[in-house]
Ligand binder design. Structure first.
Ligand code: NDP
Length: 433
């Protein structure tokens, strides 16, 4: 705490991992002897930079950019960029720290990193977003590369932003280095299913948790938070598997649609018009928009938090359990507070933490890197099948690791222990790094 004052989200993420790995340290004294914990909590490199740009009124704007290169024991740093006014070092470090273990869990050769800016793309014109992205990359380019650090999208960074960022990288370096960034458009080196991967992957993970309990999505009432990249494709896959999504949200409130969210309408408003959710209720007769309230007051059997960190408090979790909740799959990173997690675990809910449940995004990014490296491009069907296999494998490893450590059904312990072991073993093998 003294080394990293005020970084509350980072403290929370570290505490959650450390709480789980005590039994591993008991079995492997070599980890403590070589100070793996102290080393793993200290980023290998942290970059903070000025991002000056000009808005449409000709005014100079200044934002702050970040890239935290946390751990490269397993491969090049890999993790998204977040553009949101709440971004500061503590958020980037929490996300980067989580990313180390998530990436390890995928079984693919990727290290952990994260970055972003306090820039708010909301309400900005395409030209302003482009100028910002170009300025951001004018500093970032010297720190990244196919073998060094490979950014991607996250909150506020979608296909439009990735295009502008990659375009500027290409222009500055004079290299068509496709593997330097993932989440690219299909016409310039992107991979099928990357856009859908985090949402789809989260639903595949929950499907496995439900199957392990002898049930399925079919006919289940589902509540989703957010209406961005992760939420939209989670809704799409739930609908394909026979579930009914009755509510989703954005930062202005939530919509309740008992007939099931109309995905085409949602995509039109959020992806094409970049509008707000109240428009959904204006255009769909029986739907209601509830401003300023949390979507977690809507009862459901499955909850897919896909908006932001710490959105499910202990109180909200208790209400969700009382409303008939069976399973939670975290599309977002750390959306449940420690109090909320305790409520879910004590109630015996199948609780899939973000590290495991939302790993499909980064896993598919690693598949994009694979395709770029071999100048290949796989079909949608093949890529989706790979994603499903990866999510099934993560699910099964979480369960078997939890069993091995005497905590059956505890996906948090399974994910943290399995993710940690692989990174720790690589760090030991590589000498004092
Ligand atoms: P988007 O920017 O596409 O969407 C975010 C959504 O969450 C928007 O609907 C946004 O509403 C809402 N939201 C954001 N902040 C808040 C808030 N404070 N209160 C209520 N709603 C909020 O981001 P993504 O879908 O990409 O990311 C969502 C989550 O998933 C994040 O935690 C991210 O780290 C995680 N994630 C994303 C991955 C990816 O591949 N994109 C991979 C793994 C995890 P509004 O538009 O009103 O701000």
């Amino acid at each position: 705490l003294r080394r990293n004052p005020g970084e509350i989200e980072f403290h929370q993420a570290v505490r959650e991992v450390l709480d789980s790995i005590g039994p591993v340290l008991g079995k492997h004294p070599e980890y403590a002897e070589s100070k793996i914990i102290e080393r793993i909590c200290e980023p290998e490199r942290q970059i903070i930079f000025r991002v000056p740009w000009m808005d449409d009124q000709g005014q100079v704007q200044i934002n702050r950019g970040f890239r935290v290169e946390f751990n490269s024991a397993l491969g090049p740093y890999k993790g998204g960029l977040r553009f949101h006014p709440s971004v500061y070092l503590g958020i980037v470090k929490f996300l980067g720290f989580e990313q180390i273990f998530k990436n390890s869990l995928t079984g693919l050769p990727i290290g952990g990193g994260k970055g972003g800016s306090d820039f708010d793309p909301k309400g900005r014109s395409d030209r302003e977003v482009m100028r910002f992205c170009q300025s951001f990359m004018t500093e970032l380019y010297r720190h990244i590369g196919e073998y060094t650090d490979v950014p991607a999208g996250d909150t506020g960074v979608g296909g439009r932003e990735i295009g502008y960022l990659f375009g500027q990288y290409k222009r500055i370096t004079n290299r068509y280095e496709s593997g330097v960034i993932t989440g690219k458009g299909l016409v310039y080196g992107g991979a099928q299913v990357r856009t859908e991967a985090t949402g789809y992957g989260c639903v595949f993970f929950v499907d496995e948790m439900l199957k392990a309990r002898g049930t399925s999505f079919d006919g289940k009432r589902v509540v989703v938070s957010g209406s961005g990249n992760v939420a939209v494709y989670a809704i799409e896959k739930v609908e394909q598997l026979g579930g009914l999504v009755v509510a989703c949200s954005d930062s202005s409130g939530y919509v309740l649609d008992e007939k099931g969210i109309d995905l085409e309408l949602l995509k039109q408003i959020k992806q094409v018009e970049r509008g707000r959710l109240d428009t959904y209720a204006q255009r769909r007769e029986h739907a209601t928009f509830v401003p300023g309230r949390s979507v977690w007051e809507v009862p459901g059997e499955v909850a897919l938090p896909s908006a932001t960190q710490n959105e499910i408090t202990g109180e909200a979790a208790a209400a969700m359990v009382a409303g008939g909740l069976v399973a939670v799959g975290e599309g977002a990173n750390m959306p449940t507070t420690p109090e909320g997690i305790k409520v879910f675990q004590e109630a015996g809910i199948a609780y899939g933490p973000g590290k495991a449940a939302n790993a499909g995004g980064v896993a598919t990014s690693a598949l994009e890197m694979q395709q770029n490296a071999s100048r290949d491009s796989w079909t949608f069907e093949f890529s989706e099948q790979r994603l499903q296999e990866i999510m099934r494998d993560i699910h099964d490893r979480c369960l078997s690791t939890a069993d091995e450590y005497g905590m059956p059904g505890n996906y948090v312990a399974g994910a943290n222990i399995d993710g940690f072991r692989r990174v720790a073993d690589a760090m030991l093998a590589l000498g004092l790094i």
